[in-house]
Write a protein that binds this ligand. Structure first.
Ligand SMILES: O=C(O)CCC(=O)C(=O)O
Length: 280
């Protein structure tokens, strides 16, 4: 039921879950895909017009902070700008957390069993550089979240501009959260370095994050065909999408930044979404 608005106030929708409101929820296949690969794509997760407004704010910030002129490529001197907190804290990214994304999170975590992020996004911007696109060997990590056996957090990636293949979209090693899971169960200290070393010790994975080697062969093996480790299918997936799309990633999936070899800056947002306190 709508709450009656006081004079001068907008009517507010009461806090019910998207599924209770009859909004979009994930199909069984989508949930299975997320469990298996650790990745789930949501097309048109938030309005394209909102994505465009967010993009404009980023360009304004880049002009003020880095003297970047959108139409003058000679000014695109910074490859990975940072310091976006003023934009984030203006609240401009909150529109990412609309009905469709909330419905998906309600399905994954349980209705209203996740903590609403305050800002809904931290920008990830990579300006283009020349040279061949190569699958990186360094930078593979997962964003450490404390060990917990129940529902794990989810890392959100949102597209505020189109990101095409080789355009700097984050790379995810799909399936890798399932190699991390036994470390959560075993009760041993859950330390990023130790988990990574244990996962990296698998000979099949060595070629992914050790420098050197034949680039074409690495790309064929890890990007095109994929490998199997301990019965788990693993494959590197490049995150691509249209403005307004989103990707949900299991927080224990290894991922890495990628080079941008196209002509426009890569503009995405990321945010960690955790189960609500008291709801394991
Ligand atoms: O795409 C990128 O720049 C890497 C993002 C990343 O590793 C992260 O946000 O945890």
């Amino acid at each position: 039921m709508w709450q009656r608005a006081e004079p001068g106030q907008a009517a507010r929708l009461p806090q019910r879950s998207a599924s209770e409101r009859g909004g979009d929820v994930l199909t069984a296949d989508q949930q299975d895909e997320f469990r298996t690969t650790g990745l789930l794509r949501l097309e048109a997760a938030f309005p394209r017009a909102d994505a465009e407004a967010m993009r404009e704010r980023l360009w304004d910030f880049l002009a003020d902070r880095y003297a970047v002129d959108r139409r003058e490529r000679s000014t695109w001197t910074v490859e990975k700008p940072s310091g976006f907190q003023p934009v984030t804290r203006s609240g401009v990214f909150r529109a990412v957390g609309g009905e469709r994304l909330r419905g998906a999170l309600d399905t994954l975590f349980g209705a209203d069993r996740w903590a609403q992020p305050r800002w809904w996004g931290r920008p990830l911007v990579t300006f283009p550089r020349q040279g061949p696109w190569r699958l990186p060997a360094d930078g593979w990590h997962f964003d450490f979240m404390p060990a917990s056996r129940g529902q794990r957090p989810v890392q959100l990636f949102a597209f505020i501009d189109a990101v095409r293949p080789q355009g700097g979209g984050t790379l995810a090693l799909t399936g890798s959260h399932r190699l991390v899971a036994p470390h959560l169960e075993s009760g041993e200290a859950f330390r990023m370095g130790r988990v990574r070393a244990s996962v990296a010790a698998r000979p099949q994975l060595r070629g992914l994050w050790e420098p050197g080697g034949d680039d074409a062969e690495r790309e064929r093996r890890y990007l095109s065909e994929g490998i199997t480790v301990d019965g788990v299918a693993l494959r590197v997936v490049e995150m691509t999408g249209e403005p307004g799309d989103a990707i949900l990633m299991h927080c224990d999936c290894f991922h890495a930044a990628a080079p941008n070899r196209l002509t426009e800056p890569r503009m995405m947002l990321t945010e960690m979404i955790a189960p609500r306190h008291g709801h394991p």
